[in-house]
Design a protein around this ligand. Structure first.
Ligand code: ATP
Ligand code: MG
Length: 429
């Protein structure tokens, strides 16, 4: 195929055979968010570039080198959203829905765009589900977000494969003091730092903690620790969060090097990581961003949230073989009809059945075919039952009902009794 007719590198099709797993995942998360009192927000996929520069921060990987930015026909600089928090903040400010101190608990889902090197678990279009909470500053809500994700891992059957890492970045004052101490220490070891870290030391020194370079990591062993610089407010908040996680029975490890890639975090930061996916091990990440709304031009408004990467979680479900069998079955009943008269009767009958059983997944054979070929298709569809309508059945106004997965005998059912019969044998979602 010529190059122009291929999808863009790092941007994937999700094919019909894969979407049942996606929809299962998405509906599980959506239901959980609903149940915890979060309402969905939907924002555009494109925003003014300035929004991301101001919220994510100029000297972050995302803004420096990962954004899909272009000029539109008006000459405005626009960017495909690389993450979801910026738009949520913009939207609550634009619509004034947090300005009076109102609490907002919201969630979003959708594609995000980052120009990264594509590899397993890392794509240029990927999907996130995230939650954001505004105007609650206590550790109770940080804990709720983590509890919600913990429940999700439980429902998905992947709890044993993920680990919670936790840190506090403190208030901006305490982080400022820590930054000074860190810069002083690292500057004394400048020659042992990798090039990237030397650069970050000047632009965004906390990010040095995040380095993958072994030499720099060795230098960091004796570096000052954020925990020693936390002010009382941050310490009390962090202790409050830990106490709640303990109460909820959620295990965690404190990772003093956890800083997160985005500039806007304060106090709580956390990541759910797995060792089952190789290098792309973070499946969900979040934290508190108490200064962000004000930085974006609003009143001081505490905020906290997380985002999970759907592709990585889908990969994890597949790796751990935690794909429920029933989700790939899309058909309950497959109707085979033989001959023109039977086809017409089958259409009328199945529409009547659909009236009575709106949730029944009934597929009618299309494209005619021999008994053998229709039966093969019925079996391949995954249906539990086949319905068979030929001239003989039509003459008696009955339809053949045949269990395909070994549940009982074949029998004839009167047209009038079909819906009632199906209602007794098909569990309807
Ligand atoms: P990483 O360190 O893996 O680059 P990040 O810190 O850039 O992640 P966040 O901005 O916190 O990621 O996004 C939250 C989650 O979204 C990540 O934990 C991950 O699961 C997912 N994610 C981020 N970037 C990608 C990507 N390029 N492809 C697939 N999933 C991604
Ligand atoms: Mg990244």
């Amino acid at each position: 195929m010529s190059k122009s007719l291929q999808a863009i590198r790092g941007m994937n099709d999700i094919l019909p055979e894969q979407t049942p797993l996606w929809r299962y995942f998405e509906s599980t998360v959506a239901r959980l968010c609903d149940n915890y009192g979060y309402k969905q927000i939907r924002t555009p996929i494109v925003e003014f570039t300035e929004l991301f520069k101001r919220s994510i921060g100029e000297v972050t990987d995302i803004v420096e080198k990962e954004m899909y930015t272009f000029e539109d026909r008006n000459g405005d600089s626009l960017t495909l959203r690389p993450e979801g928090t910026a738009a949520c903040v913009r939207a609550v400010l634009e619509h004034g829905i947090t300005g009076g101190g109102q609490t907002q608990k919201m969630w979003y889902i959708g594609p995000m765009y980052r120009h990264e090197r594509p590899q397993k678990g890392r794509y240029r279009q990927f999907h996130q589900i995230g939650c954001e909470v505004f105007n609650l500053d206590g550790p109770d809500i940080d804990a709720e977000l983590i509890v919600l994700t913990w429940r999700l891992w439980g429902q998905l059957g992947i709890r044993d494969a993920v680990k919670l890492e936790l840190n506090s970045l403190g208030t901006s004052e305490s982080r400022g003091r820590y930054r000074e101490a860190l810069v002083e220490y690292l500057s004394a070891h400048l020659d042992k730092l990798d090039e990237d870290s030397q650069r970050r030391l000047k632009t965004n020194p906390l990010r040095v903690l995040d380095t993958k370079n072994a030499d720099t990591q060795a230098v960091l062993v004796d570096a000052p620790k954020m925990a020693d610089y936390l002010d009382d407010e941050s310490r009390v908040h962090f202790e409050g969060l830990k106490a709640r996680l303990d109460a909820a029975g959620i295990p965690y490890v404190i990772n003093p090097k956890l800083v997160r890639g985005l500039d806007y975090y304060s106090k709580t930061v956390f990541e759910w990581v797995t060792d089952k996916l190789g290098a792309q091990g973070t499946v969900c990440a979040g934290g508190r961003y108490d200064g962000l709304v004000e930085q974006m031009g609003g009143k001081p408004t505490p905020g906290v949230g997380f985002a999970m990467g759907i592709e990585r979680l889908i990969l994890l479900l597949e790796t751990l073989e935690q794909v429920p069998e029933e989700i790939s079955r899309q058909v309950d009943v497959y109707l085979c009809a033989f001959g023109e008269a039977a086809e017409l009767a089958a259409l009328a009958l199945s529409e009547k059945v659909r009236d009575q059983l709106p949730n029944l997944r009934l597929q009618i054979n299309a494209g005619a075919g021999s008994f053998k070929s229709q039966f093969k298709k019925a079996d391949k569809s995954g249906a539990l039952y086949a319905l068979i309508l030929g001239d003989d059945e039509l003459g008696q106004q009955v339809i053949g009902f045949k269990p395909l997965r070994g549940q009982g005998e074949q029998q004839n059912i009167a047209f009038d009794a079909l819906a009632a019969h199906l209602a007794t044998c098909v569990v309807q979602g």
